[in-house]
Design a binder for this molecule. Structure first.
Ligand code: AFP
Length: 314
């Protein structure tokens, strides 16, 4: 099906790709339901209310009407999928039980609209989903069986992994996801960097690492959206994103279960690495739902260099 140049000869849709990768019926159904939900989310982004919802989430952040709508769309779809045991959303403050019977079912953590504060300035945003077998959601990311994100940019794309490489699909004119690229792969070292957090709050190790990268002549590419920034690294095959621990903010900003675990799963599947500065993100045992962690994610030699600076200077 794939030509030597890596281009598809025929249009392979998402369901067929999952089946050809021997993904079981329930997980195939679940990933396809997430893909279906994204079609309604992209419609809401294009046409919906850009105002605030009048509510705030657990982090005290004001929820946008779009955050609430995207959350509702995904939750409803998952609730009715018949293959979900438990789910939790970045927008909710507790786990939502769906079915007491965990056999053959999955538990799902999701950020329905990551980067939603960028919608009003028309920058790219995304949906991030993490999938575990059975009932337990508070598990190290290494136990995920799949991770998916959908990027709502100039084009809508879906990237997934079930632990057999990372594959990109694009939404076509019929609103079907068809294969764009298989087996996205990262080089060991890159020349792009996406540094989050305020530079004046960087700790000595992080400052040393970033200065070293800059000495190498890397290009700055930071959009303020985790999904487009990670997508860029995966598609270019190189780069590093950091949102480090900061003075006064030892855990950085990003959420372990909703943002970091699924992206770390995808990046490791593509041959990259993701670390909190000391350990792989995928080995961190979450203690609570809305836990945050610093992150250094992308080309594996660059992540190792960040760990080395932190070890030596902090
Ligand atoms: P919002 O969902 O509040 O827009 O935050 C997006 C995000 O969690 C992640 O997508 C970005 O990488 C990161 O925050 C950007 O944070 P800064 O605005 O501090 O750069």
């Amino acid at each position: 099906m794939i030509s030597k140049a890596g281009k598809t000869k025929f249009q392979i849709d998402l369901r067929r790709h999952l089946r050809e990768n021997y993904v079981n019926e329930n997980l195939t159904h679940l990933i396809c339901e997430i893909a279906e939900a994204s079609k309604y989310i992209i419609h809401s982004i294009s046409t919906g209310d850009l105002g605030v919802a009048g509510t705030s989430n657990l982090y005290g952040e004001q929820q946008l009407a779009l955050d609430v709508l995207a959350d509702r769309i995904l939750r409803k779809r998952l609730e009715h999928s018949r293959v979900v045991a438990n789910m939790m959303s970045e927008e909710m403050d507790e786990i939502i039980p769906v079915s007491p019977d965990c056999d053959g079912k999955y538990s799902v953590a999701f950020d329905p609209l990551d980067g939603s504060s960028l919608v009003d300035v028309n920058l790219a945003v995304g949906t991030i989903v993490s999938i575990f077998e059975g009932c337990d959601l508070l598990q190290p990311g290494r136990r995920q069986v799949a991770a998916v994100y959908i990027l709502y940019g100039p084009r809508t794309t879906l990237v997934y992994s079930v632990g057999k490489g990372v594959h990109e699909f694009g939404m076509n004119m019929l609103r079907e996801y068809t294969l764009l690229k298989e087996n996205l792969t990262l080089q060991p070292q890159g020349n792009l960097y996406s540094p989050g957090g305020q530079r004046n709050l960087y700790t000595p190790g992080v400052e040393g690492f970033v200065s070293k990268l800059e000495g190498r002549g890397v290009k700055l590419r930071y959009s303020g959206g985790f999904v487009p920034d990670i997508n860029q690294i995966l598609l270019k095959g190189q780069g590093i994103f950091i949102y480090p621990h900061l003075q006064g903010h030892p855990l950085g900003k990003l959420r372990l279960l909703f943002e970091l675990s699924p992206m770390a799963f995808l990046i490791e599947q593509a041959g990259g690495a993701a670390s909190d500065g000391h350990r792989p993100i995928l080995d961190l045992q979450p203690k609570q739902i809305h836990e945050r962690s610093p992150v250094f994610i992308g080309c594996k030699d660059d992540v190792a260099m960040a760990e080395d600076f932190i070890r030596r200077l902090e």
